[in-house]
Design a protein. Structure first.
Length: 252
């Protein structure tokens, strides 16, 4: 099925649809990582954005339930050059195409993502429309112009935890990953907790929490709306501020 990626400045790319169908509008951005596409999809910092991967082959090791930075994907669309339709990895549970269809996220392949990246680096951030609908590039461009981007948007409210919680109280999620993890033998042990910190969740990635625990921190995660007085009442040894999505200027 044909898909169109139209930028608000009139530049457009035509490719092939995979994942879900339909139309999505969001700020278009790029990621230059060679691996970790599932971590990118589930990174809350990408809330409201359409992400293009510059590495040419994506999907070759599939997806699984462990390599996630949060409970679900946050991107509005996914743009790649070539989709690997037959994943090959012993940890794979479903293909990238199946994963995006499960979460109703449209993807497009056969896009020159490096040309797209050079364009964005030259022209700056802008909105885009990714669609599988039978519309003209001009109409898709108009949807991008009229659609919702990132400027002025408080996506932190959507991704932050609704309540305070202790990260990994039983030390089951934070142990360093090794090949031996497949049979749960010879796993490296975690250091004792030396300091306790409060971590503001503006869209925190789980790997940040894992790494903090691996360095000897006990972590209490608090919602983005938590007041200074509420955090100080926890009597932490330190306070950690996570990154997150949207426009910082829109946050109270």
């Amino acid at each position: 099925m044909k898909a169109i990626l139209a930028l608000e400045d009139g530049r457009f790319f035509e490719g092939e649809s995979f994942g879900a169908t339909g139309a999505r509008v969001g700020e278009i951005c790029f990621n230059t990582a060679m691996t970790g596409y599932q971590e990118v999809l589930t990174d809350p910092s990408y809330r409201g954005q359409i992400v293009a991967m510059t590495y040419p082959l994506i999907g070759n090791y599939g997806t699984n339930s462990l390599d996630q930075e949060s409970g679900s994907p946050h991107v509005r669309g996914f743009v790649i050059e070539e989709l690997s339709e037959t994943p090959s990895n012993w940890r794979s549970e479903m293909s990238l195409d199946e994963y995006l269809r499960k979460w109703d996220i449209p993807g497009v392949q056969r896009i020159d993502t490096r040309a797209l990246t050079r364009h964005l680096r030259t022209r700056g951030a802008m909105k885009a429309c990714l669609t599988t609908e039978e519309i003209s590039p001009e109409e898709a461009t108009q949807r991008a112009i009229e659609g919702e981007g990132v400027i002025g948007m408080d996506y932190v409210r959507e991704v932050s935890t609704p309540e305070v919680y202790q990260w990994d109280p039983n030390d089951e999620l934070s142990k360093p990953w090794t090949i031996a993890n497949g049979n749960k033998t010879n796993q490296p042990s975690l250091p004792p907790i030396r300091f306790r910190i409060a971590a503001y969740d503006y869209g925190i990635k789980q790997n940040i929490l894992r790494l903090l625990r691996q360095k000897g921190f006990g972590v209490t995660v608090v919602p983005a709306s938590t007041t200074a007085e509420e955090v100080l009442a926890l009597d932490p040894d330190g306070v950690f501020l996570s990154n997150g999505p949207g426009d910082p200027a829109a946050l109270p």
